[in-house]
Design a protein around this ligand. Structure first.
Ligand SMILES: O=C[C@H](O)COP(=O)(O)O
Length: 247
C-alpha cells in the first residue's frame, strides 16, 4: 500500500499566543493529500489542538517523559499530551539528545510511553558532522534505530525521522543520493527487525533545512515519506508550499 506522505512541523522553542494566526492559515491552506502534523511548544499544545480539532491537521508535542505521572518538575507525560488533544510526540530529537543527554534507552522508553498513551511516536535519529566525516553515518543511524525504536513498532504507532545534525538549521542538506542511501538503509534495517510488511508501512521522514525550494526534490527521493521541518514550519507562507510538495 502506498505510504501517505507527512509534512510535520517542529516549532521547537518558538511561538506565542499570537502564532495562532499562522496555525489558522496552515489549517485553511492544507488541502492536499499529505498528513500534516504541527508540534508547537507545550504552552500552545491544548489551544492548537482545540483549534485543529475536526480539521485534517494533527497536533503533536516535542517530547514526553517516560512516566505517566509523578515528581518530575517541568516535564509532561504522553498521557498529558493526549489529554491536551495531541496525537503525536517527537522523541529523541538531536537537540534533546544533546541538551538533555538523552540516550537511546531513554528515547526508547519515551516512544513506549507514547504508545502507552495512544500517541504516534516520531522517533529521530541522525549523525553529527564528525560522524559523517568519519564515514560512520550508517553505523550511527543503525545503532540509534536499534536502540531507540522499541519492539512492536508499526506503521500506526511509529514514524521515524532521519535528521543529520549538521543539516539542522544550517541551510545545508545532504545530496539527494546521500539521503537515499540513509533512507534505503533504514528501510532495510527495519525490515530485518520487524519484517518487510511492517517495515514497508513505517513512514521515514527527512529533516534538516527543508525549505519550500528543496522540499519537492527531497520528498521524491527513494524511501522519503515526507519531512520533519523546523524553521520553515513556523510561517504558513513557508510551510504551505512544503505541505503541497508532500501532497
Ligand atoms: O525537527 C526539525 C529539524 O530539527 C529541522 O530543523 P530545520 O528545518 O530548522 O533545519
Amino acid at each position: 500500500m502506498p505510504r501517505v506522505k507527512i509534512a510535520a512541523g517542529n516549532w521547537k522553542m518558538n511561538g506565542l499566543g499570537a502564532s495562532t494566526a499562522e496555525l489558522d492559515a496552515m489549517i485553511a491552506g492544507a488541502t492536499g493529500s499529505a498528513e500534516v502534523v504541527i508540534c508547537p511548544p507545550a504552552t500552545l499544545l491544548a489551544s492548537f489542538a482545540a483549534r485543529a480539532a475536526e480539521t485534517g491537521v494533527k497536533i503533536g508535542a516535542q517530547d514526553c517523559h517516560p512516566a505517566a505521572s509523578g515528581a518530575h518538575t517541568g516535564d509532561i507525560s504522553a498521557e498529558m499530551i493526549g489529554d491536551a488533544g495531541g496525537s503525536h510526540v517527537i522523541v529523541g530529537h538531536s537537540e534533546r539528545r544533546a541538551d538533555h543527554a538523552e540516550d537511546d534507552a531513554t528515547v526508547r522508553a519515551k516512544a513506549e510511553a507514547a504508545w502507552r498513551a495512544g500517541l504516534v511516536a516520531i522517533i529521530c535519529v541522525g549523525e553529527t558532522e564528525s560522524q559523517r566525516d568519519a564515514g560512520d553515518t550508517l553505523g550511527i543511524v543503525g545503532r540509534q534505530l536499534r536502540g531507540s525504536v522499541p519492539a512492536g513498532a508499526t506503521a500506526a504507532n511509529t514514524v521515524i525521522a532521519y535528521e543529520p545534525v549538521w543539516a539542522i538549521g544550517t541551510g545545508r542538506t545532504p545530496t539527494l543520493a546521500e539521503i537515499a542511501e540513509v533512507h534505503d538503509f533504514m528501510r532495510a534495517d527495519l525490515a530485518n527487525r520487524f519484517g518487510t510488511e511492517a517495515a514497508d508501512g513505517i513512514r521515514l521522514l527527512y529533516g534538516g533545512s527543508v525549505k519550500p525550494g528543496n522540499a519537492a526534490e527531497i520528498f521524491a527521493v527513494s524511501n522519503v515519506d515526507g519531512g520533519l521541518v523546523g524553521g520553515a514550519s513556523l510561517k504558513a507562507s513557508d510551510f504551505l508550499p512544503i505541505i503541497a510538495a508532500a501532497s
